[in-house]
Design a protein around this ligand. Structure first.
Ligand code: C2E
Ligand code: MG
Ligand code: MG
Ligand code: MG
Length: 277
């Protein structure tokens, strides 16, 4: 015990750093073989029209189960971006989501869109639109049912981003701006591009039921989406109270209130639109 408490801060600090570096290295190594080892799966989370309570789409969320235990995307996606592994991984995600879309079509389930997250690193790759085009052709899906969620930070280079978005839109796919209101919120970036969906970050929903100021801010951001003629999705809806409060804005909601992200085999209730009242 004496020895324990005798440890100085420096030693404690370096040990922590070491543990973190070891973990990162482990993730890096395992990520590089994750596709061939079949360690990835896709979960789907419903997007629901607050007013009609109809299912309108599902966000595709990547899940990774390496041998050493589940790792959250917020931990491994940044590492995949840093190493460039996000390129093959991201391609796998789009392919598998399209394969699933086709599967649902075969089962004659209601037609809904699937929304795939893409990193800045993927978008910066000049071949990205071509890769998408190939996948759409190979999987033989209707591109109108495929939406890409991009974060507003890529809009910092407005020229490049709008060119890319236009190129993608020519393929028939839809574009959503993700996490809007959390980061730079560059209105300059989005004013000249035709986006289909604006996803408002869940941080803007915090305290909205207790605090009028928060509600006014959220209202203003919803207004931005409407002005852009985009569909507005509010992320992170967890309570009935939030739904009641937001209903009057004619928006779409996504969050644990409706459903957690689920694997395809657990989506029965989602397809039957069995939401909580
Ligand atoms: P995101 O795109 O903003 O996804 C929404 C995140 O919020 C998901 O976390 C989802 O599980 C979580 N969420 C949904 N409803 C609620 C709610 O009611 N309350 C709260 N607190 N959270 C909720 P997840 O699945 O851990 O993903 C985290 C982030 O990782 C995503 O944020 C996205 O940026 C990234 N990500 C996930 N899958 C992929 C992928 O295939 N490719 C890329 N590039 N990034 C991905
Ligand atoms: Mg997203
Ligand atoms: Mg995101
Ligand atoms: Mg988001």
């Amino acid at each position: 015990l004496a020895k324990e408490s005798g440890k100085n801060n420096y030693q404690f600090f370096t040990e922590k750093l070491h543990a973190r570096a070891t973990r990162k290295l482990q993730i890096k190594n395992a990520l590089s073989t994750a596709i061939e080892q079949n360690e990835f799966t896709l979960f789907y989370q419903p997007q629901v029209d607050l007013h009609t309570r109809k299912l309108i789409g599902m966000e595709v969320l990547l899940r990774w189960n390496p041998s050493f235990g589940f790792v959250s995307p917020s931990e491994f996606i940044p590492i995949a971006e840093e190493t460039g592994l996000i390129l093959p991984i991201g391609e796998w995600v789009i392919k598998d989501a399209c394969r699933q879309l086709k599967e649902w079509e075969k089962q004659q389930l209601p037609k809904i869109r699937v929304c795939v997250n893409v990193s800045a690193r993927q978008l910066k790759n000049r071949d990205f639109p071509l890769t998408v085009k190939k996948i759409i052709e190979e999987e033989n899906v209707n591109p109108n049912y495929l939406e890409f969620e991009i974060t507003e930070s890529i809009m910092l280079n407005v020229e490049e981003a709008s060119q890319l978005i236009n190129e993608l839109k020519k393929l028939g796919v839809k574009i959503a701006i993700d996490d809007f209101g959390a980061g730079y919120s560059s209105l300059n970036g989005i004013k000249n591009v035709k986006i289909d969906t604006l996803k408002i970050d869940k941080s803007l929903l915090e305290n909205v039921t207790q605090n009028d100021r928060m509600l006014s801010m959220l209202k203003a951001v919803i207004g931005v989406g409407k002005t852009l003629n985009a569909q507005v999705i509010i992320e992170g809806i967890e309570t009935k109270k939030q739904v009641e409060l937001l209903k009057e804005f004619f928006v779409i909601g996504q969050g644990y209130f409706y459903s957690q992200p689920l694997p395809p085999e657990q989506l029965h209730d989602v397809w039957e639109e069995k939401w909580k009242e």
